[in-house]
Design a protein around this ligand. Structure first.
Ligand SMILES: Nc1ncnc2c1ncn2[C@@H]1O[C@H](COP(=O)(O)OP(=O)(O)O)[C@@H](O)[C@H]1O
Ligand SMILES: [Mg+2]
Length: 387
């Protein structure tokens, strides 16, 4: 799949933008602060319904405006599709496909992209929430139905936490006990489905991550993945990073059983602390190189290779099972971060995807193999340059 045209209005620093794109490599070039990342961020929004830079949508709407529009014309073979998101400062966002209204959360069904960005380093070095988001975004692109499960899980979690909090201050009343049991059932049902999906994804990613790491780093450092499941933690090791490490898939039934006994085991603690202590919202993805955790041990270059490998592996999985061609790859300022040999190897690894969009402050940072259609960006305007 490729994007043949991107239109923006009131997105970030763009009042309007019309950007024609081609198959193969596309380069967005311009000095810092001009709006290159904003362009790939807008495309990323269409496939993940979020931004890799901010957790709320407000920042995406141009200063002083009420709503932003991102519209992309997509092409796969002789099929064309127009997808559109309206991002509203207040109220829910809206979406259209071929000018018909669809639920916003349907958009990832139509457009699949993988963004490589400097922020990816925090997949290795940052907090668990970033790694959970990485897995969940990929899950939704592969199995769109799961976005509904995630939304429902979050809602049940909130309600359950509210109940635990009120029970903490006034003690658990008889009537609340019944309600808590209802939330427990919902939490376990939805949470086990997510745990099964995440653990299955991690074991499918594993061989791709090994191959992608070698492709990017030029050496094999045994890049391995494991999920750390909070439901295997006991009352004393809630905060112990070693508890609950798993490398293979956990079925939803087995997850449900473990989930139930974890809730029973931790009821006292949960009532004391007023929050839900186990479940997919407390899980992590553990990344190791040569048997050591990447976080805290890997060098800068190794951490970068691992981050790129995770993204490349995602792209490979999506490409393999897609009926609409490759995901669109976007590389935001990534080459500037890499040494010469990693640059070359990354270029080779992404070069045969149907469409690659690259941003760079200077042409020289981009390997020659990826030179192609260039778009110059200056102060929130797009100037298409002659080839
Ligand atoms: N909501 C917004 N409204 C207006 N300008 C914005 C908004 N968000 C970001 N900007 C501006 O966009 C510019 C950054 O664009 P960006 O795409 O990150 O640049 P780069 O070309 O370096 O990738 C900054 O000048 C910033 O002030
Ligand atoms: Mg940028």
């Amino acid at each position: 799949m490729i994007v043949t045209h991107l239109s923006l209005s009131d997105f970030r620093n763009y009042e309007t933008a019309e950007v024609p794109l081609v198959a193969g490599p596309n380069l967005f070039v311009g000095s810092n602060g001009q709006g290159k990342t904003n362009l790939v961020e807008s495309l990323g929004f269409l496939s993940t319904l979020g931004s890799h830079r901010v957790s709320t949508d407000h920042a995406l709407v141009r200063q002083g405006m009420e709503s932003a529009i991102v519209r992309a014309r997509l092409e796969h073979g002789d099929r064309q599709l127009l997808v559109e998101a309206q991002i509203n400062r207040t109220g829910a966002n809206r979406a259209q496909v071929n000018r018909s209204v669809v639920k916003t959360r349907e958009l990832p069904r139509y457009f699949s992209s993988v963004l490589f960005a400097p922020e990816d380093l925090s997949l290795i070095r940052g907090e668990p929430s970033g790694r959970r988001r990485f897995l969940d975004e990929l899950l939704v692109l592969r199995t769109p139905r799961l976005s509904g499960v995630m939304v429902d899980y979050d809602r049940v979690l909130k309600q359950r936490n509210t109940l635990l909090k009120s029970a903490r201050s006034s003690g658990l009343k008889e009537t609340q006990l019944g309600t808590l049991e209802i939330w427990d059932d919902r939490l376990v049902a939805l949470g086990s489905e997510l745990i099964e999906a995440r653990t299955a994804l991690v074991s499918e990613l594993q061989p791709e991550v090994i191959a992608s790491y070698v492709a990017v780093a030029g050496e094999d450092h045994h890049a391995t993945l494991a999920t750390q499941l909070s439901l295997f933690a006991g009352p004393s090791d809630i905060d112990d990073p070693g508890a609950g490490l798993r490398r293979e898939t956990l079925s939803a039934d087995d997850a449900a059983q473990a989930f139930r006994s974890a809730l029973a085991r931790l009821r006292r603690n949960e009532l004391d602390r007023g929050i839900t202590l186990v479940g997919p919202h407390r899980d992590d993805l553990i990344l190791e190189l040569n048997g050591l955790p990447a976080k805290g041990y890997a060098s800068h270059g190794e951490s970068w290779s691992f981050a790129l490998a995770l993204k490349l592996a995602s792209a490979t999985l999506l490409r393999r099972e897609s009926s609409t061609g490759d995901p669109v790859l976007m590389l935001d300022d990534v080459f500037a971060e890499l040494d010469e040999s990693r640059r070359g190897r990354l270029a080779a690894a992404v070069g045969d995807f149907e469409q690659v969009i690259i941003t760079a402050a200077v042409f020289d940072d981009v390997p020659v193999a990826l030179n192609g259609h260039a778009v110059h960006i200056s102060k929130g305007t797009v100037v298409e340059a002659p080839e």
